[in-house]
Design a protein around this ligand. Structure first.
Ligand code: GDP
Length: 200
């Protein structure tokens, strides 16, 4: 499951502009500021290709990165802006939904969830939407290294709360992995998990 090589392939503004070579892919999705860029950089290590999506104009596009010439990591636009008053609104443009509903080569969505905050409605709504549309998800909890805030709960408590809500509202239990881009926690687990899903 080692990453030896990562190559930025293209940014697509529409689902139908995405690469058509039928290699399997994993889409990475989450709220803005969840730690998506940090996680992608931690996964690919020094290769730093994920920074491409931070360039102006690229953040609202579907960005394909080819790993080891055999599978894709797909960086999707983040949803929800923490400072917006309507942060709980699903603000995907139709192209993001079009991508999920039409992408045959999508193995799973890695749904990033910030473990340093309590369960957020928008993340639960997103998990629900994907689940209802039969799109496989893995919940990737980020920032698991963070210490508890003065009043807040610890990451493991937030994770437990999040899973409890999912259990109450879901028929399926998505797999989940705890990660930290600071300590490297979960990196190898996540890579192994993705290689297992690819080989099914
Ligand atoms: P993005 O908007 O989802 O791409 O998020 P970034 O990767 O830019 O990270 C947002 C903020 O969270 C930055 O200040 C990062 O330094 C911080 N951050 C990201 N991952 C972690 C993590 O694993 N642990 C901690 N403590 N902070 C993180």
């Amino acid at each position: 499951s080692r990453i030896k090589e990562v190559e930025f392939v293209k940014s697509s503004g529409k689902a139908k502009e995405c690469p058509k070579d039928h290699r399997p892919e994993f889409a990475i999705l989450g709220r803005s500021n969840v730690g998506k860029s940090s996680l992608i950089n931690a996964l690919v290590r020094k290769k730093e290709v994920a920074l491409t999506s931070k360039k102006p104009g690229k953040t609202q596009l579907i960005n394909h990165f080819l790993v080891n010439k055999s599978w894709y990591i797909v960086d999707l636009p983040g949803y929800g802006f923490a400072k917006a008053p309507d942060a709980a609104r699903m603000d995907w443009s139709s192209f993001t939904k079009g991508y999920f509903l039409n992408r045959d080569t999508l193995v799973a969505v890695l749904l990033l969830v910030d473990a340093s905050v309590p369960p957020q409605k928008i993340d639960l709504d997103c998990a629900n939407w994907l689940g209802r549309n039969n799109i496989p998800i893995t919940i990737v909890f980020t920032k698991c290294d963070k210490m508890k805030a003065s009043k807040g709960k610890r990451p493991d408590e937030n994770i437990r709360d999040f899973q409890q809500v999912i259990r109450q509202n879901y028929k399926v239990h998505p797999p989940w992995i705890m990660t930290s881009s600071v300590t490297g926690l979960g990196r190898d687990d996540l890579l192994l998990h993705m290689s297992q899903l690819r080989n099914y």
